[in-house]
Design a protein around this ligand. Structure first.
Ligand SMILES: [Zn+2]
Length: 117
């Protein structure tokens, strides 16, 4: 995997209300998870996956679309391609985690995200 620089995540990268229920559900089903990676796509679909303390996936990737039965046609086609990602961040379950550890996982998990627009 290529390493790329990551723009620092600012505090605007927080889960929306509509995402929180989904995150809670993923956390519930993933006992090893310490947080959930959230990827927002320009079409309005979302991808999420729980992470363990090493930054490895602790759940399957969940793709969904608010208020719809399924993700959009485009996502079905390209599986939520990188260049259509508008935002990616991690919603931490345990806020007492070491900042350095969080940062390391963010880089590992989100390191290949496109620059913030
Ligand atoms: Zn979509």
């Amino acid at each position: 995997m290529k390493k790329q620089k990551v723009a620092p995540l600012d505090n605007k990268s927080r889960a929306l209300k509509s995402e929180l229920a989904m995150i809670a559900g993923i956390m519930e089903g993933s006992p090893d998870a310490i947080g959930v990676a959230v990827v927002r796509l320009e079409c309005g679909c979302r991808k999420m996956a729980a992470l363990d303390k090493k930054g490895d996936p602790a759940s399957k990737v969940v793709a969904y679309r608010d208020g719809a039965d399924s993700i959009c046609a485009k996502c079905k086609e390209d599986n939520g391609a990188f260049h259509r990602v508008t935002e990616a961040f991690i919603d931490w379950d345990k806020e007492d985690l070491d900042e350095a550890v969080k940062r390391e996982i963010e880089i590992k998990v989100l390191g290949s995200q496109p620059p913030t627009q």
